[in-house]
Design a protein around this ligand. Structure first.
Ligand code: SF4
Length: 194
């Protein structure tokens, strides 16, 4: 990699959600010891406005070109952090997250020593991955709003109806001469005895 990688690691305490199990000061020190990490700091609540402003500030001041956030699941705040860095002209795909809450402090709060080892491993992994991230561009491409449903049994019929109600053109294909599948062969159905 020709680029001089400069990774910043932001460790979130999440109030006491993370901080009551993970020693965030030690995790920051550990992050600073990793190759290509040029900056690390902890925040009380990284997703809150002051936490996001801190990320933006240090991207500029420390000339970061990769950001690792050790906090909660990406499902919850990856969009938040991607939008946060876009505001300072940073490519959002150069952000990586380490889930030290759901995957660590919450599930291992009775095993603090092991939880801290795992938190370091998760941060190390995220930093290793961040090192190889490439900036990405989002594209918009036209899609054809039509669907092919194979099989005209009850499931296929219902799927075709649901898709049609959602605005798709639907093509329903059935190998037999009529639709209905197994259902069409039944005389009566339980519990309605129709
Ligand atoms: S970023 Fe996640 S872990 Fe940190 S304060 Fe917000 S919800 Fe909690």
């Amino acid at each position: 990699m020709s680029e001089n990688v400069r990774i910043g690691v932001f460790v979130c305490e999440c109030g006491t959600n993370i901080a009551s199990t993970i020693d965030c000061d030690k995790l920051v020190e550990y992050a600073k010891s990793l190759p290509d990490v040029v900056f690390s700091i902890k925040n009380r609540y990284t997703c809150a406005e002051p936490g996001q402003q801190e990320i933006q500030k240090f991207i500029k001041e420390e000339n970061l070109n990769r950001v690792v956030i050790a906090s909660c699941t990406p499902k919850m705040h990856e969009p938040t952090f991607r939008n946060c860095v876009i505001d300072v002209g940073f490519n959002p795909y150069l952000v990586e997250m380490a889930n030290i809450r759901e995957h660590c402090s919450w599930v291992h709060h009775n095993e603090k020593s092991a939880a801290n080892v795992k938190a370091r491993d998760l941060v190390n992994s995220a930093v290793s991955r961040a090192r190889f991230l490439e900036p990405q561009k989002e594209l918009e491409v036209p899609v054809t709003h039509s669907a092919l449903v194979i099989g005209g049994g009850i499931a296929g019929i219902q799927s075709a109806l649901d898709l049609a109600e959602s605005g798709f053109d639907v093509h329903l294909v059935e190998k037999e001469a009529s639709i209905g599948g197994i259902m069409a062969q039944l005389n009566k159905t339980y519990p309605t005895i129709d």
